[in-house]
Design a protein around this ligand. Structure first.
Ligand code: NAP
Ligand code: GDD
Length: 321
């Protein structure tokens, strides 16, 4: 039976990846950090089918123990301080977890079993102030936040351990991917949750920052299949994963509000508090390598993604009363 360790199991992607690997017959071990309150909302439905254990990317010993005890054949490193604005408030922590954490897990693999196949969750944020449109594997990086800088380190240490120690270490450069399980502070979920509350008259307005920022948004459920496909190849490599389309935050608002019969212009207020010290203005992927080599295609369109998220938040808010 193939077995996988997923760091960041409590996150959006951790929950979808665990579902996918379980459906493929894997034994799944999820790593979560210790917390004084329960934090398993996204994986509650999977707890009988997998093992969830404590560990932390800031603690080398915990990573070594997990690998020694559970002997996974694949490791997916999804854990990170992943919220870009927080990375300006907590830059050192972001560097320790999102950058050095990758080295710690690669070291654990090197010492325990160098045959383990490793996936690093790299990010389109690494392209930042883009040097090329659209962005592909060879596009130079120009990160614009401490988070982006940390991800560039994570990417290159993955490549370096591949080249230095011959590890099967792969870097997936994923563009933004969303779902009804997205954290509430990210712009897509902030919008869909607000649309639901405004529709149900629980909220009057929605305060946002830069409405002109453009992102290549896809569905998280599609993207975790790409992670798995990358580790089934003959050789480790770097892959860009995205839809090849870009849309603005404004367009996202327009579709989300229109889906419940409202006009976003009547509810969205631009608030400079949500502007960033340095912005990533435009992201759009060229996923042709993934299409050709992984035979990967996204299944959910932009409009389907927005309406899926609005419908889910409406149902949730209705239930909450
Ligand atoms: P997410 O929902 O924020 O999940 C992050 C996970 O990391 C959570 O389970 C979190 O645990 C865990 N974590 C944070 N610090 C940790 C630490 N010190 N030790 C162990 N675990 C820790 O992020 P996501 O959207 O699922 O993204 C997954 C990965 O892909 C991240 O590395 C992210 O940077 C990267 N990525 C995401 C996107 C995207 O659009 N979603 C695009 C490109 C790359 P808690 O629940 O305890 O906070
Ligand atoms: N969060 C947020 N809140 N973003 C806003 C807001 C707001 O009120 N108003 C406008 N935005 C704009 C941001 O300025 C940014 O340009 C865009 O919306 C997207 O912001 P987020 O949803 O926070 O995502 P992100 O693109 O910064 O980062 C996400 O995607 C990366 C991949 O490109 C995260 O998931 C990262 O972890 C991931 O690596």
């Amino acid at each position: 039976m193939p077995s996988a360790l997923i760091t960041g199991i409590t996150g959006q992607d951790g929950s979808y990846l665990a579902e996918w690997l379980l459906s493929q017959g894997y034994q799944v071990v999820g790593m979560m950090r210790r917390s004084s309150t329960t934090n398993v909302g996204r994986i509650e439905h999977l707890l009988d089918d997998m093992i969830v254990l404590q560990g932390d990317l800031q603690d080398q010993g915990s990573l070594l123990s997990l690998l020694e005890e559970h002997k996974p054949t694949e490791v997916y490193n999804l854990a990170a301080q992943s919220f870009v604005p927080t990375s300006w408030n907590q830059p050192a922590l972001t560097g320790d977890v999102t950058a050095l954490g990758v080295t710690r897990i690669l070291e654990a693999i090197r010492f325990v079993n160098p045959k383990i196949r490793f996936y690093q969750a790299s990010s389109s944020e690494m392209f930042g102030k883009v040097m090329e449109v659209p962005q592909k594997e060879s596009t130079p990086f120009y990160p614009r936040s401490p988070y982006g800088v940390a991800k560039v380190y994570g990417h290159w240490i993955t490549v370096n351990y591949r080249e230095s120690f011959n590890l099967f270490a792969t870097s997936g450069i994923l563009f933004n991917h969303e779902s009804p399980r997205r954290g509430l502070e990210f712009v897509t979920r902030k919008i869909t949750d607000a649309v639901a509350k405004i529709k149900l008259e629980k909220q009057k307005e929605l305060r946002l920052g830069n409405l002109d920022a453009q992102r290549d948004w896809g569905f998280a459920g599609d993207y975790v299949r790409a992670m798995w496909l990358m580790l089934q190849q003959d050789q480790p490599d770097n892959y860009v994963i995205g839809t090849g389309e870009t849309h603005s935050v404004r367009e996202f608002c327009e579709i989300a509000f229109a889906h419940v019969g409202l006009d976003y212009k009547e509810y969205v207020v631009v608030d400079e508090r949500f502007y960033r010290p340095a912005e990533v203005d435009l992201l759009i992927s060229d996923p042709s390598k993934a299409r050709a080599q992984l035979k990967w295609e996204p299944q959910v369109s932009f409009k389907e993604l927005v309406t899926m998220m609005v419908d889910s938040d409406l149902a949730r808010q209705q239930k909450l009363g």
